[in-house]
Design a protein. Structure first.
Length: 127
């Protein structure tokens, strides 16, 4: 079992995934600041100065912080949009790379193995 775990960790995919998670965690702090410090105040200007984080309602002893949920949805949409743009850009670059490869002229093909064998056979018959 330990060998299997070592093989799993040593694969490139596991390391790529770990790097992605770490970068994602750091990116979350940036998005949180973007939403809390820039986007929410701008939205607040357009909707009459409403601060989403303060929106809540209570039922009995329970307090529901609906504003925090709205902030989380805004953060999700921003992250989803950035990831969409990133994937779109990477796919576009990959297509450009493939087009360049396809546009390169193919080298002239030589005779196939069968054709060479037929030539050798015919040359041996002539002797």
């Amino acid at each position: 079992m330990l060998q299997g775990f070592k093989a799993f960790i040593a694969r490139g995919n596991a390391m790529d995934m770990a790097v992605g998670i770490i970068i994602g965690a750091a990116f979350t702090a940036i998005v949180t600041s973007l939403v809390d410090d820039l986007v929410n105040p701008l939205i607040g200007i357009f909707v009459g100065g409403i601060d989403f984080s303060g929106i809540s309602f209570g039922i009995g002893e329970a307090q529901f912080m609906i504003g925090n949920f709205i902030n989380a949805v805004i953060k999700f949409l921003i992250i989803a949009f950035v990831v969409f743009m990133l994937v779109r850009t990477v796919n576009r670059m990959a297509r450009i790379g493939r087009k360049e490869e396809e546009a390169a002229p193919e080298a002239p093909k030589g005779p196939t193995t069968e054709e060479l064998l037929i030539e050798i056979r015919d040359a041996l018959r002539e002797r």
